[in-house]
Design a binder for this molecule. Structure first.
Ligand code: NAD
Length: 269
């Protein structure tokens, strides 16, 4: 990693939610390479063969405050510090507001979809950050990185609920930075756009994505040269490099803002 020699997280204790797969798993690897102590909180754990050596994987449903409070207490007891939190876990269901052609009722946004997406994507960063901030306030130091999505700023067709939760996290970022700055705690948002597929992209995911793009599941690739000024999708490593840097002291005057990492492009439309 290019940042390896420049950044040394020096055994800082960092929690990554949703770190078992996708972008979260990349963030975990990069933090490890840069000498952090990483704890993953995820509702599912990778199989043992895919465990990154040295990572403390813990099963944790982040919408359950009691289990999360215990999780934070345990980590603090063990390490006597929590220096970083990456709010990365998410869920998504591709849904339209109205099934106007009565063709795909299963894709019309239901109350259950709404509650499920809000609970994980919006309520969960609140619970996590509140509990971790209690520790960071005591130690007068810490950094919180909220991963959300460029779709939260631009909006996204057939992903209105997901996008709304991401916009909420953007707003949390701005407000929490104002509340926590006095205690030496930084809060920064990272908003990726269109990226290379993560390992979670199975047939079901591709079908849902094709639905949001109005395409066939067999052909969901787009012409990025028209849509993204840099002419390509983002690489997962490009996102993780930014996150690692934001957790490190060399970004010590950055807080209360969101950094788009989109190659200059807009969301999927
Ligand atoms: N993949 C992209 O192209 C893209 C684009 C823009 C933004 N993002 C954002 O980046 C972040 C990571 O995206 P990804 O594509 O890697 O996601 P993903 O769906 O591949 O992984 C999400 C992780 O969250 C975990 N999770 C879900 N519900 C949970 C719960 N209740 N408790 C604990 N863990 C839970 C899952 O088990 C999974 O490991 C998300 O916040 C997403 O909104 C991703």
């Amino acid at each position: 990693m290019a940042l390896n020699k420049w950044i040394n997280l020096n055994q800082r204790v960092v929690i990554v939610t949703g770190g078992s797969s996708g972008i979260g798993a990349h963030i975990v690897s990069d933090l490890l390479e840069n000498n952090a102590q990483v704890i993953v909180a995820d509702i599912q754990l990778p199989d043992a063969a895919s465990h990154a050596t040295g990572v403390d994987y813990r099963l944790c449903n982040i919408i359950d405050r009691t289990s999360f409070k215990k999780f934070v207490d345990d980590i603090y007891r063990q390490h006597q510090r929590i220096n970083g939190l990456v709010n990365n876990a998410r869920v998504n269901r591709a849904r339209s507001l109205v099934d106007y052609y009565s063709e795909t009722p299963q894709y019309q946004l239901s109350d259950d979809d709404f509650d499920f997406i809000m609970r994980v994507n919006q309520k969960r960063p609140f619970i996590f950050t509140q509990e971790v901030a209690r520790v960071m306030i005591r130690q007068k130091q810490g950094a919180v990185v909220n991963i959300f999505s460029e779709a939260g700023i631009e909006g996204s067709k057939r992903r209105s609920c997901y996008s709304a939760t991401k916009a909420a996290v953007h707003s949390f970022t701005l407000s929490w930075a104002k509340e926590l700055g006095a205690f030496g705690i930084r809060v920064v948002g990272v908003a990726p756009g269109i990226n290379e597929p993560t390992p979670m992209w199975d047939a079901k995911h591709r079908e849902a994505l094709a639905y949001t793009r109005g395409m066939k599941a067999t052909n969901i690739d787009e012409d990025y040269s028209q849509k993204i000024p840099l002419g390509r999708q983002g690489k997962l490593d490009e996102i993780t490099n930014l996150v690692t840097w934001l957790l490190f002291n060399k970004s010590s005057y950055i807080t209360g803002t969101t950094i788009n990492i989109t190659g200059g492009g807009k969301s999927r439309g």
